[in-house]
Design a protein. Structure first.
Length: 260
């Protein structure tokens, strides 16, 4: 929700009037906290934490699992599991919520189906690997390399290859390191794998380095396997301290795995 600057100022003025103290020093150089304002910060943080705790506790009793969806990725494995287990599916409520920023995940998100990513989700979530996907090159159907059954790294010399920026995905960083060993490959490392990324690459006729499962998002490009040993890990992220409802949900994917 967007809140205007004037609305924030109005709320601050009302709070100062209600408390009977000034929380901010205002002058031509900007705004600074008063001693009273500084004293309020830890108290306000406690209120925020308590509010989050209340929401989470009530959420645990709601029999609702909130699944976060990232970018273009559909939760296909979750959908399949629910279709395969109709009796279980009737016992729970599922709510889907799109995540626009994986650096800031809503505390009500229980589960995310996606590729293993780096630091963004590690602090709050565990990762349950369900599949491994080979790495592919997406390219125009009339491209010279489209005639090959598979592509070697050396084949990419002289071409521009798009890959998402460093630090987003574990596999992306590993494959990028291999591509960088071939200086004749013009590597374009930018953004994240979303509609804007693919549109930019296709507009500029870049080749695209992706996990196989992302291929549907690169149409009308065709896919050719890249001859590297690395695999993209795909699976389920779930909260480090899951409630029983989430634990039961995760166990539907593999009874052999222990959910902590």
């Amino acid at each position: 929700m967007y809140i205007t600057r004037s609305a924030i100022v109005q709320h601050i003025n009302k709070l100062e009037k209600y408390l009977g103290v000034k929380l901010f020093h205002r002058n031509s150089h900007g705004v600074k906290l008063t001693d009273a304002g500084k004293a309020l910060i830890p108290l306000a943080q406690n209120m925020v934490d308590t509010n989050d705790s209340i929401i989470q506790t009530m959420h645990n009793f709601s029999h609702t699992i909130t699944i976060g969806t990232i970018y273009l990725q559909k939760p296909n494995l979750i959908t399949k599991m629910l279709n395969d287990r109709p009796k279980y599916a009737k016992k729970i409520q599922i709510k889907f919520q799109e995540l626009n920023n994986i650096k800031q995940i809503n505390s009500q998100i229980d589960i995310i189906e996606y590729y293993e990513v780096t630091k963004y989700l590690d602090q709050s979530f565990n990762f349950l690997k369900l599949e491994e996907e080979p790495i592919f090159i997406a390219l125009p159907p009339n491209h010279k390399l489209a005639r090959k059954d598979s592509i070697d790294l050396k084949d990419l010399e002289g071409y521009t290859v798009a890959i998402e920026k460093s630090g987003v995905s574990v596999i992306g960083d590993k494959v990028k390191e291999k591509l960088e060993k071939y200086p004749q490959i013009n590597l374009k490392s930018y953004g994240i794998y979303n509609s804007s990324f693919f549109a930019t690459a296709q507009y500029n006729n870049y080749l695209i380095c992706i996990a196989k499962g992302m291929g549907i998002d690169t149409t009308p490009y065709v896919l050719r396997p890249l001859n590297v040993s690395e695999k993209a890990l795909y699976g389920i992220y779930y909260r480090k301290k899951p409630n029983n409802l989430v634990k039961e949900f995760i166990k539907n994917f593999s009874e052999k795995k222990t959910v902590q």
